[in-house]
Each structure stands twice: as C-alpha cells, then as structure tokens.
Design a protein around this ligand. Sequence first.
Ligand SMILES: C[S@@+](CC[C@H](N)C(=O)[O-])C[C@H]1O[C@@H](n2cnc3c(N)ncnc32)[C@H](O)[C@@H]1O
Length: 181
Amino acid sequence: MLWRTSGARTVPQAFPYQGSKRALAGQILSVFPDGGVSRLIEPCAGSAALSVASLYYNQAERVHISDVNGPLMDLWKLIISKPGYLIDQYTRLWNEQRDNSRDFYLETRDKFNATKSPELLLYLLCGCVKAAVRYSKSSDFNQGADHRRLGARPARMTERINAASRICRLPPSARARTKLC
Ligand SMILES: C[S@@+](CC[C@H](N)C(=O)[O-])C[C@H]1O[C@@H](n2cnc3c(N)ncnc32)[C@H](O)[C@@H]1O
C-alpha cells in the first residue's frame, strides 16, 4: 500500500499544527480493515491529519472531525467551503507583516482574541512557536511568535489549502476514480 512506502509527508497538510498523528498516520492506516472504513470520527482533530490521510488514500468514505477549539473548527469550514477567500486573507496578512513582523503578529493576536476570526488564527498558527496553540485562563491566545520564520509564503499556502480542500470536498465516488493508492 502506498502509505507504507510514501510516508506521512506525502499527505497534504492544510496548516502546521502541533501533534503527532501526521507522523503516525501510515501506521494507523495499516491497521484499518481491508478496503477501509465507511466512516471515520476524529476527535481532538487539530489539523485532522488522520482524516485527510484516510481520504487521500481512499481508506474512509466519510470523515467527521471535531475539536474543542471553535475557531479551529471554523477554520476547517473555510478550508472546505471558501478556500479562495481564506487564501486571499492569508496572502493579505502575510504581505502586511513584512515591514514589522513582530508588532504585526502581536496586533493580529489581539485582533484574533477580540474577534476569534478563523483567518487570523491561520496566520497565527503559521507564525507562532512550534505551531503550538496556547491559551490563557481567560481563553486568550497567548503563544508568542517564532521570530526565525515568517510563516509559509502565500504561494505555498495556496497549494496546501487547495489540496486539503479538494481532498475533503471530493465525493467518495470521485475519490475512488483518482486512484491515489
Ligand atoms: C496536541 S493537539 C493534537 C492534534 C492532532 N490530534 C495530532 O495528533 O496531530 C490536541 C488537540 O486536541 C484538542 N482538544 C483538547 N481537549 C479536547 C477536548 N476535551 N475535546 C475536543 N478536543 C480537545 C485541542 O484543541 C487540540 O487541537
């Protein structure tokens, strides 16, 4: 099976997110029943590594993702239903940060804490330390910026979002025809 040889890195990842399921996806898929499953439920989904891998390799007909982080779930809704809008917003934020990325990150974090906008969360995830979400007791996002990097360039993010969106939107019959594995 392709996932055994290609490894987890061949599976598109919409955004960076701390966790280990992406690296373990191949091992987890290898214990699925032959032919895959009709429905996969992924709790504590984060970047939904297992759901995306299952769809990518045609090992699940349908997936349900869930996470306690509401804005993260809103981000997934945008990835699936409005990828073009999300890419435009990310591109705008990424370009605006250029002159002073440190201050811009902090301003964006304040705006996110006031609005909980999923497009702002995407920018923060791409620029925060270790792509690790951290919240204060009062539910404010308080992870600092990783000053060594500016986050994925818009062209790269466009590829990532479009790839993940397409995989999630394809109906099972179309996915089977793409013969990914
Ligand atoms: C470290 S991340 C792991 C992400 C992913 N499962 C992976 O391994 O790559 C843990 C995720 O679980 C979510 N989470 C924590 N407690 C939860 C709960 N009680 N119910 C649903 N999601 C929860 C967090 O919001 C976070 O996105």
